[in-house]
Ligand binder design. Sequence first.
Ligand code: XLS
Ligand code: CA
Ligand code: CA
Length: 504
Amino acid sequence: MALTISLTIWRWVERARPASRCALTSCKRSAHRQRGRTEIGDAFFSEVPGRIAYGGPGSSDPLSFAVYQPDRVVLGKRMEDQLRIAVCLWHSFNWPGSDVFGVGTFDRPWLTPGVDPGTASHAKLDAAFEFIEKLGVPFFAFHDRDVAPEVRTYAETRANLDTSVDRIEGHMARMGARLLWGTANLFGHPRYAAGAATNPDPEVFAYAAAQVKTMLEVTHRLGGANYVLWGGREGYETLLNTDLAREEAQLARFLTLVAEHKHRIGFTGTLLIEPKPQEPTKHQYDYDVATVVGFLQRHDLAGEYRLNIEANHATLAGHSFHHEVASAIALGAFGSIDVNRGDYQNGWDTDQFPNSVDELSLALHEILAAGGLTAGGFNFDAKLRRQSVSRSDLFHAHIAGIDTLAQALLAAADMVEHGTLAAPREERYAGWSGQLGTAILSGSVTLADLERRVAAGGIDPRPRSGQQELLEGLVNRRIWAVDRVEGPKDADASRAGRAGGRRS
Ligand code: XLS
Ligand code: CA
Ligand code: CA
């Protein structure tokens, strides 16, 4: 019985191997190429025969984009370059669909216990890159353990990681995919139960340092645009056993070492910290944007790190996503986005795919108004619901999320072009450009000076409307007015597009 199961798995894994390993598959692949890249490989997602193309809002084909057009120019940049979309390898390929009450529900053969780790990791990577290529987005992101789960020794795990990175490099070269960010998993293994850098045991700090050094170098080797540090278990379960001052100093030391190593190896990507207020620990030190920026400034690290803001983490912190993005921009620390959503009813980190144009439009408006993304992107750190067990569900989730993002981009660009919020904001603060405002800000007046002016009767301010409802209405008008359609408008465009789908 056990033998039958492992043989079935082995056969599946063999089928999932890339074309270059099998003469027959190679022949099929070149035939596909000759047919205009209608079909990509024959591996895992065979239900989706080719690249997802733009079908327009009228298309009845759910495997087409209704809004996202990589080449459509929005505020002077291609949509693809404005959004810099990434697929994450952990939720989509390394999570079986388990929860605290039940086992995995998804069809992810490489996660089946007993499969040789190397073979499983290769099958996983091949499926992941097949997905990314068919979805047609430019970036991906991964943790070390997504592609090389821990085995018996550090050396063996490291060797497996190197083999996986070779394979990733091959896929990147083959299809032009790019790494938005790399990161190290410093939270899954039991050694990290009490944190990594903030652990009471310096040996755990050292182990975490080894992992980050390795992944920083891997990210550098793969040309990654950023490196992310999410404070996995950097926090506490109870203050009864916790020395807050020590743990803050340890975390600062760790982040300083990381920044030093970045410069030592010549990595030019951006170091990003990802705030989250709780989960898995009761209290996480990187609570929210303001907390992290304060920490960085206290330890003279503000010039080294920016922030990766996740929508669901913002809501867990009791903020809106809009607030966290606007705060990071205002504090000069904005870096990148993990795009997803939570559930307002339960307060968990549900990591659902985004579906609200209204919410994303406001965050995107802040980003565009500040000049748009540079090294950052929109990483789909989002996961399917456990009942979404079809392979095609992963496509439907990403397509719907990407279209939401694209529609929000159009609305945000429209607001920037119309000065919908910039003009009223400027008018609201106009007094600060006048004689009194500039005198206060330049430090040329004292409290006593100001009191004298008020007492002399020269200053008698009247309340003015904040115009909130007016602005809410104006924002909605821009969201409703935006033109989703450019280029082919009929439903058949999706099929035509798929037949000749280009990689952009
Ligand atoms: C978990 C975080 C994590 C980071 C990467 O809540 O979102 O997935 O993005 O380690
Ligand atoms: Ca995240
Ligand atoms: Ca999350």
